[in-house]
Design a protein. Structure first.
Length: 158
C-alpha cells in the first residue's frame, strides 16, 4: 500500500485544459463551481477536468500507483450515465509510475524530489447530468481518497 502521507492532489474544473509538448498545463476559465446545462439536450456545458497527483518517491515502497478519478453524487454513490452499451460509471483510472523519466545524458532530480502525474479529462459535449443536483469529482490513489471538488448543475427556476 502506498504511503498516503507523502501524496497530495489538486483538482480543477475549467472551460478548457490541455498539456503542451513541454508538459506545461494550460487552463482557460478555471475554477468552475456551477456547470450550466442545456434544457434542450439535457447535457451540461462543455468542460474539462484537471487533476495533478504529487508523491514523494522515497516514501513509496513501489513507484507505481493507481490514480482514479470518480464522479459521485451527494450520497457518495458513483454516478452513471447512459452509453451506447448501457450505463457507465463515471470512473477513470490509470496505473502511474511516478519515477522521473529523463534522457541518459540528463541529470536526475535529487532523492526526495516529488514525482507527479497530470490527468486531463475533456468533456466537449458535456455530460447528461440532471439539473438541481450537486456532484463531486473525487481523486483516489490506490483506492484511498486524496481530494475532491464539488460542483452544482443549476436549472431554470419554475
Amino acid at each position: 500500500m502506498t504511503d498516503l502521507s507523502s501524496a497530495s492532489a489538486n483538482i480543477l474544473i475549467a472551460d478548457f485544459v490541455n498539456i503542451d509538448a513541454a508538459g506545461k498545463v494550460n487552463v482557460i476559465g478555471g475554477g468552475i463551481q456551477f456547470l450550466g446545462s442545456d434544457p434542450k439536450t439535457g447535457q451540461t456545458a462543455p468542460f474539462s477536468l484537471f487533476v495533478n497527483v504529487t508523491v514523494s518517491i522515497p516514501a513509496f515502497d513501489e513507484t507505481r500507483a493507481a490514480v482514479e478519478v470518480l464522479l459521485v453524487d451527494t450520497d457518495g454513490r458513483p454516478v452513471t450515465v447512459a452509453g451506447a452499451e448501457g450505463p457507465n460509471v463515471m470512473r477513470f483510472s490509470q496505473s502511474v509510475d511516478f519515477r522521473h523519466a529523463v534522457a541518459a545524458n540528463v541529470q536526475r532530480p535529487p532523492m526526495g524530489f516529488p514525482g507527479n502525474s497530470n490527468v486531463v479529462l475533456n468533456f466537449p459535449g458535456g455530460l447528461p447530468l440532471p439539473v438541481g443536483a450537486t456532484y463531486e469529482w473525487v481523486v483516489l490513489l490506490d483506492g484511498a481518497r486524496l481530494t475532491s471538488t464539488t460542483f452544482f448543475v443549476p436549472g431554470a427556476v419554475e
